[in-house]
Design a protein. Structure first.
Length: 422
């Protein structure tokens, strides 16, 4: 009895396998007759049956059916090539040598189609689709560990461009877990590699508060692209954000040495020196001046001068240079007010400080005047920050004019200040 059951079961398997072989043949016949819907009906039975689901011929025929449909105007809009890719990839996985030349050529054509669709989706800001389609291009290129298309250099370029589309789409779609591995692959790909890859990775790590990875990728970026200003600025902005003044100054000095004609870098370096010379606590309260106060101010002056040499009509640069001298004048004035005695020595000290103060005010005035004159023609369109700078320039100029006994000029500044409040 048991033997009969076993024999019957074996016959059942054999009959099923034979039936599915017939389904594969029927699908192939309908495919040749261009009856694609009937062909799919039979081939789908075969790939879903345990006896033929791992038959490379079944998957090859299925891929060929969909590939033919892709060339038929009645079906082309449905993008049948995508199912063709899935089928051909399965056939290649099961048996890499099966109909190798046809599968290789059709997958290549489909990779280009996927690439074009990825570009269109990216341009339409459908970032998830763009990423998905680009990944298909990459998967085809990497078939068999990249061996199948190893000699196809033009495809290498298309795959690298697909990688870029996919990575950028994932980034702009804020799918950072998908973007990171693709961007990492890009920076290691000689074709896809560029400075922007590092900047996007840095931005992701910054958003994820991953300081160690952020600094590591910037360090790698600086080594790969030592002259790239965007990478340099990203690194500098990190030290500005985190208040790491010593490291910031070091990086700024390196940046200025590499690009001495950059007004922006010179300006940032000047501000760094000025900030170190006039430290403040977290609440903004002034702290004691450092021992190298005079040295830092001298460096700040040199850097501001260099920035203005390159960009003389920048209102912000002029204003900050003026403030550098104005604050030194104020510091001398504070020292004068601290003298309480009337001795000859104290009077001499007072007079010496007065000369220094007035000299600094005289240095500050031209820069403050120029800053105001640059902004004044566009006063009505200035942003709030620029209006504050303009007002501060007028107020500082007014005080200097008053101390110089130029009362008519002081009155003019007062009138301009008051007009801003109307």
């Amino acid at each position: 009895m048991k033997k009969s059951i076993l024999i019957a079961a074996a016959m059942g398997v054999t009959m099923s396998g034979w039936a599915q072989k017939q389904n594969i043949q029927s699908a192939n016949n309908y495919y040749r007759d261009k009856e694609y819907k009937k062909a799919l009906e039979y081939i789908d039975k075969a790939i879903n049956d345990p006896s033929t689901k791992d038959d490379p011929k079944a998957w090859y025929i299925r891929g060929s059916i969909y590939m033919a449909m892709n060339e038929d105007l009645a079906y082309k809009a449905e993008k049948p090539y995508r199912e063709a890719v899935a089928s051909y990839m399965k056939a290649a996985e099961l048996k890499p040598t099966y109909e190798s030349s046809v599968i290789t050529q059709n997958l290549l054509a489909s990779a280009y189609a996927y690439y074009n669709d990825a570009v269109n989706e990216y341009n339409n800001k459908n970032y998830q689709n763009a990423t998905d389609f680009a990944q298909k291009v990459i998967a085809i290129r990497n078939l068999e560990g990249g061996k199948r298309y190893a000699a196809n250099k033009p495809f290498d370029t298309v795959a690298a461009q697909g990688l870029q589309i996919g990575a950028f789409a994932a980034y702009y779609g804020e799918k950072y877990d998908a973007a990171i591995p693709m961007l990492t692959a890009m920076k290691n790909d000689p074709i896809a590699k560029n400075a922007n890859v590092y900047l996007l990775l840095a931005d992701i790590y910054k958003k994820q508060n991953s300081d160690a990875q952020y600094l590591a990728i910037l360090d790698e970026a600086r080594k790969q692209y030592p002259d790239n200003q965007n990478i340099r600025n990203e690194e500098l902005n990190y030290y500005i954000r985190t208040g790491k003044q010593d490291m910031l100054i070091k990086k700024l000095e390196e940046a200025v040495a590499a690009d001495p004609n950059s007004a922006e870098l010179q300006f940032n370096l000047a501000n760094g020196y000025n900030g170190m010379a006039n430290p403040k606590d977290a609440s903004g309260k002034e702290l004691a001046k450092p021992a190298n106060y005079a040295e830092l101010l001298g460096k700040a002056e040199t850097a501001y001068t260099s920035a203005l040499k390159t960009s003389p009509n920048n209102a912000e640069y002029n204003y900050n240079a003026g403030v550098l001298y104005y604050n030194q004048a104020t510091e001398f004035n504070n020292q004068m007010n601290a003298i309480k005695g009337n001795s000859a020595a104290e009077q001499k000290k007072y007079d010496d400080l007065l000369k220094k103060r007035d000299a600094m005010f005289a240095k500050a005035l031209p820069y403050l005047e120029k800053a105001a004159s640059i902004m004044e023609p566009n006063l009505t369109s200035l942003g709030d920050q620029d209006k504050m700078t303009y007002r501060a320039s007028l107020q500082a100029s007014r005080e200097i004019y008053a101390r110089q006994n130029q009362l008519d000029k002081a009155a003019e500044m007062k009138k301009k200040i008051e007009s801003m409040s109307r």
